[in-house]
Design a binder for this molecule. Structure first.
Ligand SMILES: O=c1[nH]c(=O)c2[nH]c(=O)[nH]c2[nH]1
Length: 381
């Protein structure tokens, strides 16, 4: 089978003789590859596979010898450093804030994705740091160029799919890498609606909240994908209380049976796999869960006895509804709105005030938690 490098083709067209390559698990190693073992596949989308490299076996054998020599050098270098009294805790280098707008044009209907991307690579050598030998360094400028070239070649579907594509590309193309990490911040563009109709090519910036994602992949390991939702500011005027907390000489806050509840939510969750996951759909589901557990039904809302309880209800619901999520962190600063004390003003001594509030930006409470699945946590103990 003769395959060009960097070809986009359908599963049926190229991998017909490989029954084990399914669209659910298409990240295959060289040994699992086509019968002549010449190509490496990576996941692109539900409908497509992408050849990210064409590898000939002799090259592969050469590459296997290289790491052994390299490892010996590494060990020697490490021993020298240890003798000097220090060692690396972490190292890596890459490009920050790589800005990308991708326009998908399907006839007259266009879609956009705007991202700010950070790449970080870790080499199996530290000779660049120690001696200034750059021979294994993939310049941060080349990392930036890779973002644009892969976007053009393979398109951009979601932050997670694009970050996974970049990580696997870096690891397959450069054998000197031990780890690739990609972080993506999505700009929140929404399609314009004109007279009730979705516009073909006009968008409005909706900065209420945004999507983030990080993929970290070590050589010969599954990529670790985590996704985030940031900046969702919410406020409700009732159905929130905070009572029966510790009462001692440090307490000045009264019991509040009916208070304003406002927060700026950050959520971050990790996936237990990286293929066959509809990342966009899950992101929308987490957003809806947060809104449901904070606001509740339109007429009556949902009662919150504390921010802590609301954090937990959101996390529990996501873990129950999305089996692909292994753990979720939610942070909810408590943006305080205190009733202004009007009783000191003449004639207002006995007037109840549940209308005029002082928004207090700082300090704010900070309530956070990470909830995981107990069988995984137990297994790690
Ligand atoms: O929901 C709350 N949890 C707290 O722990 C706390 N502490 C506080 O002063 N107000 C609140 N509200």
């Amino acid at each position: 089978m003769s395959l060009p490098t960097y070809t986009q083709a359908s599963h049926e067209e190229i991998c017909q003789p490989l029954p084990f390559v399914t669209l659910q698990s298409v990240r295959v190693t060289i040994s699992q590859c086509c019968p002549d073992q010449r190509c490496v596949w990576t996941y692109f989308s539900e409908a497509h596979l992408v050849v990210v490299a064409t590898v000939h076996r002799p090259q592969q054998q050469q590459q296997q010898q290289q790491p052994q020599q390299q490892q010996q050098k590494e060990r020697k270098g490490r021993k020298e450093r240890m003798d000097e009294g220090f060692d690396w805790i972490a190292r890596g280098y890459g490009k920050d804030n790589v800005k990308l707008l991708y326009v998908r044009r399907e006839g007259r209907v266009h879609s956009i994705k705007e991202y700010e991307i950070k790449t970080e690579l870790t080499l199996n050598t530290d000779k660049d740091y120690l001696t200034g030998d750059n021979s294994d360094v993939i310049a941060t400028d080349s990392q930036k160029n890779t973002v644009y070239i892969l976007a053009k070649r393979h398109g951009v579907v979601s932050p997670e799919d694009f970050a996974l594509l970049l990580c696997s590309h870096f690891l397959i193309k450069y054998p000197q890498l031990t780890k690739a990490q990609v972080h993506v911040e999505e700009y929140p563009w929404q399609r314009e609606v004109m007279d009730g109709r979705a516009h073909n090519h006009s968008f409005k910036f909706s900065p209420e909240y945004h999507h983030t994602c990080s993929v970290s992949q070590e050589r010969d390991r599954e990529p670790l994908v985590s996704t985030g939702l940031q900046g969702l500011r919410l406020l409700k005027t009732t159905q929130s209380a905070f009572v029966n907390f510790v009462s001692d000489e440090f307490r000045s806050l009264p019991d509040m049976k009916d208070r304003i509840f406002s927060t700026v939510i950050t959520a971050a969750w990790q996936y237990n796999r990286s293929t066959g996951v509809d990342f966009g759909k899950i992101w929308q589901l987490v957003l809806k869960t947060i809104q449901d557990k904070f606001a509740g039904p339109a007429e009556m809302g949902i009662f919150s006895p504390s921010v802590q309880n609301t954090v937990y209800l959101i996390q529990k619901s996501v873990l129950m509804e999305v089996p692909e999520v292994s753990q979720i962190q939610v942070s909810m600063p408590n943006k305080h709105y205190y009733p202004v004390d009007l009783s000191k003003f003449e004639g207002m001594e006995n007037i109840e005030n549940n209308e005029v509030f002082l928004p207090v930006d700082k300090p704010s409470g900070n309530i956070t938690g990470t909830l995981g699945r107990s069988h995984i946590i137990k297994a790690k103990l």
